[in-house]
Ligand binder design. Sequence first.
Ligand SMILES: Nc1ncnc2c1ncn2[C@@H]1O[C@H](COP(=O)(O)OP(=O)(O)OP(=O)(O)O)[C@@H](O)[C@H]1O
Ligand SMILES: [Mg+2]
Length: 242
Amino acid sequence: MLEISGVSAGYGRLTALKSVDLQVRKGEIVFVVGPNGAGKSTLLKTISGLMAPSSGSIAFNGEKISGLAPEKLCRKGLALVPEGRSIFRTLTVQENLLLGSMIRKDKAEAAADLDSVLDIFPILKSRYRGVAGHLSGGEQQQLAIARAILQRPALLMIDEPSLGLAPLVIDQVYESLRQLNNRGLTLLVVEQSTARILDLASRIYVLRNGHVALEGTAGDLADGHALEEAYFGYGERQAAGE
Ligand SMILES: Nc1ncnc2c1ncn2[C@@H]1O[C@H](COP(=O)(O)OP(=O)(O)OP(=O)(O)O)[C@@H](O)[C@H]1O
Ligand SMILES: [Mg+2]
């Protein structure tokens, strides 16, 4: 579904992504993990058209998409929940959700999707007419994800869904990701921590200093050793004499 080949991108002289190869297949839930500054958000911004790659190519369902504007990519079925959620705090939960389905023409189906989203996130139902800014961090994260789902994306990308959330709330958010994936949604999720992802992931990429340090299925990486080594870059640091 998503095919990233040799993609580099950066900010001025700084190269934040160095020849990254990554695939997401239909029905998968793929995690990209890595420490602060690894290039995870840059990767999602590049896929969703907010940044242009300096080299390499990105294809979505067989069609080259690198260089297309974010609105075009949104219409093609790519949705991004950016780092920090970006909900409209002064609008109600209902209004935020309606903004998600605004670009859709199939109004009847959009209404049905709204019902099913409120099933997955019951808290949004009970706070439906309340102001979004009064929701807790975890509730706001659920709202941001729910709004993105109402665009009916083929691929949903989420930048650090667990950021700033208490462990119990992270469990709830992850459970909703599992439900969405079970219903057939393909997901690409970025996280800083490797905790909890093994249960849920189809495949995992470790991003370090802008390059893919390790890739494998959750089964391959189940014991966590290789994951930890790639994450902290033990091999690289030894080679560099650190
Ligand atoms: N707008 C920007 N201008 C200049 N440099 C940037 C900008 N955004 C990110 N960078 C740099 O690019 C590199 C990758 O940043 P990125 O935000 O992709 O990391 P990240 O993996 O998402 O980190 P985090 O886990 O902290 O969110 C870092 O060195 C960062 O300082
Ligand atoms: Mg980030």
